[in-house]
Structure formats: C-alpha cells, structure tokens
Design a protein around this ligand. Structure first.
Ligand code: GRF
Length: 201
C-alpha cells in the first residue's frame, strides 16, 4: 500500500481546521494523507493543546524578535526532521518568507475565508457584507509569493443572508471550511502520489 503523504499543519490559534483535517483522517485511516506535525509561531495557541491530545507531534516557537527568514529556516528544519511532504496552513497568521515559499513551491496549501480572488487578506466577512456580495465562502489555494493569490484548488459558497453580520457569516463559512479543507487536502495528496507514479490505495 502507498504511504500517506506526510502533512504538517501550521496554526496560530484555535486550530479548528486542523481538528477537521485530523477527524477526516481518523474516520478512514486509508486517507491519502497523515498529519505528521502541527507547528505554530504562537506557543500558547489552543490548537497545540488539541494536537497533543490527538497524539500529533507538535513544534512551537514564538517568532517575536526574529527576522522572518530566520524563523522560517527553523520551521524548515522541523519540516525536514519530520519528513514533511505537504504543508497545510490553517489559520497561520504570519506571512512566509519568499525563500521558504520558493523552496516549498507547489507544496503549501492555505484555507482562506472568502471566495478568492475576492477579499484577500483580513476582515473578509465584513468586506463581503459591505460589498453587497450575494455569497461569501472559502477557498483552498496553493500558496505563492503573493498573499492569497495562488491557484485555487477548491471553493465552497455560503449565501449571505440579510440579517448576517461578520460573526454569523464567519460561523457558517467555518462549517464549510471544515468540510472543504479535508476533501481538498485529500485530493491534493492523491495528485502528489499520482505525479510520483503511484496511486494511493
Ligand atoms: C479560518 O477562518 C481560516 O480560514 C483562516 O483563519 C481561521 C482559522 O481558524 N485562515 P482555525 O484556527 O482553523 O479555527
């Protein structure tokens, strides 16, 4: 049987998407990926506690006082130490250095809470409502040097209701994120193995 792709999830906060990725794997161990590391630039991130409970190896270090490239070099070292093949950003609130992105080209995914290319960056739900958009949603995309601009691999739409505020919309979009990200990661990892000439069982 083909080995699952070893994935590192990068988080900075509560880690609910990380949990969804882990749950998806737990429901069927034959998934094309395995969470081999959860890493964070915020040592007190709640998601780290969840990851430890799930028995996933963790690494955390505050980026404060460090140059971006310096921190990313440490992160890169950890990824190699854990034989990581794909990096999944899940609420990782720190820009990656261009050198890191280049080194991991095509191997970093991110989930963003908008229908990209609309509303890159922060405050996406508020901006979608203010713009009068009919739909909000979320996108899984490949990370490139430009923020939230890499190729989109999957999207889910959420209807914006007249009574919505940023919080209520965020809540419904998050539910979609939890559905979308595991499926998108699963497919991406299948493609990774296929490109290597192997088909996951
Ligand atoms: C999610 O909305 C994700 O789309 C965005 O940050 C949030 C992270 O939430 N990038 P969580 O830490 O996965 O709960």
């Amino acid at each position: 049987m083909t080995e699952p792709v070893r994935v590192a999830v990068l988080i900075s906060g509560r880690g609910s998407n990380m949990l969804a990725l882990s749950e998806h794997k737990r429901r069927d161990p034959d998934r094309t990926y395995k969470l081999a590391l959860v890493a964070s630039n915020v040592p007190e991130a709640r998601g780290l506690v969840l990851a430890k409970r799930l028995g996933i190896p963790t690494w955390a270090k505050s980026h404060e006082g460090m140059k971006r490239a310096e921190f990313d070099a440490l992160l890169d070292e950890q990824l190699h130490a854990h034989e990581i093949e794909i990096v999944a950003l899940a609420g990782y609130m720190r820009l990656l250095s261009p050198g890191f992105v280049e080194k991991w080209e095509g191997r970093i995914l991110n989930i963003h809470p908008s229908l990209l290319p609309l509303h890159k960056g922060l405050d996406t739900h508020k901006r979608a409502i203010l713009a009068g958009d009919e739909y909000g949603g979320c996108s899984v995309h490949v990370v490139t040097a430009d923020l939230d601009s890499g190729p989109v691999v999957a999207q889910a739409k959420v209807k914006i209701l007249p009574r919505d505020d940023a919080e209520s919309l965020a809540e419904r979009v998050l539910e979609e994120e939890h559905r979308l990200y595991p499926l998108a990661l699963e497919e991406y990892c299948r493609a990774v193995r296929e490109l290597e000439g192997e088909t996951p069982a």
